[in-house]
Design a protein around this ligand. Structure first.
Ligand code: PNS
Length: 167
């Protein structure tokens, strides 16, 4: 039986920390589906189509990884695609409480589904999409922290950042 895992998130935008988790998870499962949450309360920096494109461009080298989107309950999506595991990254203890709450709620909703937590390389232990958006908006250098396609997309959106990086 194939081991299918879902790696859900907002990915606004995908960072090298996310990709670190994707590479680790892709080695552990037969199929990994990166599932982008569609409906959000807050307005994302990148719309869904762009987040899908940026992720697809970033994981093209991995044969058993695909990118999809979902709305509604994560557990319903996971069951629909035949997944038995949900993968989440944990960077620090501060992530743990939120992740534990979600994992426990998901377990209550769908007891057969397991949560797997993975730690990214310490290089990315402080990295988040929120900080990436903030640094990009203020013109900071994001080289090495996001895939090149994301860096280019951020520069296009925030040309002021591009000027400062060119200095
Ligand atoms: O990258 P994020 O924003 O931390 O990802 C959060 C995500 C998408 C995993 C979470 O919000 C989620 O699973 N949303 C789907 C709705 C749901 O199933 N809610 C109940 C589970 S606690």
């Amino acid at each position: 039986m194939k081991r299918i895992a879902v790696y859900p998130g907002t990915f606004d935008p995908v960072t090298n920390g996310h990709l670190d988790i994707v590479h680790r998870a892709a080695r552990q499962f037969d199929r990994l589906i990166i599932a982008i949450l569609r409906n959000q309360d807050k307005e994302p920096m990148f719309d869904l189509e762009e987040r899908i494109r940026l992720l697809n461009d970033s994981v093209g080298d991995l044969d058993n990884v695909e990118v999809d989107s979902f709305d509604g309950l994560l557990v319903d999506y996971a069951m629909n695609v035949g997944a038995s595991m949900i993968v989440r990254g944990i960077r620090a203890l501060s992530d743990f409480e939120y992740e534990l709450q979600m994992a426990m709620m998901n377990r209550r909703l769908q007891p057969g589904l397991e949560a797997v937590f993975m730690m990214p390389s310490e290089t990315y232990s402080y990295l988040s999409s929120r900080l990436v958006r903030e640094v990009a908006t203020l013109g900071g250098n994001l080289e090495g922290l996001v895939p090149e396609v994301v860096r280019v997309a951020l520069l296009r959106r925030h040309p002021a950042g591009g000027r400062r990086q060119a200095d």
